[in-house]
Design a protein around this ligand. Structure first.
Ligand code: ADP
Ligand code: MG
Length: 288
């Protein structure tokens, strides 16, 4: 790899905070280019983080796809030059820098996206999921803040940390911060929806459907706009909600695409392969 030494990286700013970690924008002096550095603290007492962090490193080392945010180097526990009095050590990922931030940031700025943009986005996410599923990797945390955009406007899948379920902490329409809002019915309520033997890949398809609908609506789609929801309300909406909020102007292709993703019964839900051939993604429609 091009990055051999962390000391050659200069921290510039914080790009994001998340579960047990911080992502920095860094400058690599030798190559004169920018990268993103994700630092996951490994606290001895916090075994809950240790395993996913190691798994995240394993996955990132293996994946190599234009639809997945590239990881150029992983430094595990190796770097102890922090003076924070922090004994736990850490794992550091040097990743390609995605200038456009996350889809969460994009939605906050533009509120909603046109179908022409959404179908390009959907195609890329599906290609990424197809690649991951082909490697037996289930992402399990597809949501706007984990889909990153580069300066060319290309979307890529990021964040392979297994999601930690944070219950009942929803503020306004900000569903996208360590929530289960994008989780499929069979993961939320395995007993009712046959989750025990569910095809885990179907969960990623569900989440992607929620994200695509959110892009067109401009707000989290499974409960009413601006409505505050506790965990129970959200769970009911995901598992039992009958009506899908759909913009009137939405094309039939888009509507069908989203309905195929948001099929509650995972056995009937579309697969990644089926969706890649869906009319919504064909050039005949307007997705080129
Ligand atoms: P977490 O596990 O804490 O959610 P993420 O990998 O999702 O960590 O990163 C958190 C946030 O940091 C992202 O939502 C995004 O805003 C920013 N970020 C992460 N990686 C990058 C990157 N490679 N380029 C630009 N911003 C990034
Ligand atoms: Mg994340």
């Amino acid at each position: 790899g091009i990055i051999k030494d962390l000391s050659d990286l200069e921290k510039l700013s914080v790009l994001g905070h998340g579960n047990g970690g911080t992502v920095y924008k860094v400058y690599h002096n030798s190559s004169r280019s920018f990268y993103a550095l994700k630092v996951l603290r490994l606290n001895e007492n916090d075994l809950g983080i240790r395993k996913p962090a190691t798994l995240e490193a394993e996955i990132l080392k293996r994946v190599d796809s234009p639809y997945i945010v590239r990881c150029h180097a992983v430094f595990e526990n190796g770097y102890s030059n922090n003076n924070d009095g922090d004994k736990g050590g850490d794992i550091r990922f040097v990743m390609e820098y995605m200038e456009g931030g996350s889809l969460h940031d994009v939605l906050r700025e533009h509120h909603r996206l046109p179908e022409e943009v959404i179908c390009v986005l959907a195609r890329r996410v599906l290609e990424g999921l197809g690649y991951l599923h082909g490697m037996n990797i289930v992402h399990r945390d597809i949501k706007p803040s984990n889909l990153l955009v580069n300066e060319k406007g290309e979307v890529k899948i990021a964040d392979f940390g297994v999601s930690h379920v944070v219950e009942g902490r929803f503020e306004g329409n900000e569903y996208d911060a360590g929530t289960c809002a994008y989780m499929s019915p069979e993961r939320i309520d395995p007993e009712r929806w046959g989750g025990e033997n569910a095809d885990e890949f179907a969960g990623d398809v569900w989440s992607m459907g929620v994200v695509m609908l959110e892009c067109l609506l401009g707000y989290f789609p499974l409960i009413g706009a601006g409505q505050r929801a506790d965990w129970a309300t959200l769970m009911c909406a995901i598992c039992f909600g009958e009506k899908l909020e759909m913009p009137e102007k939405a094309s039939p292709e888009f509507q069908n695409f989203v309905r195929r993703c948001l099929e509650k019964n995972w056995r009937k839900r579309a697969t990644v392969l089926e969706l890649l051939h869906h009319p919504f993604l064909t050039p005949k429609f307007r997705c080129s």
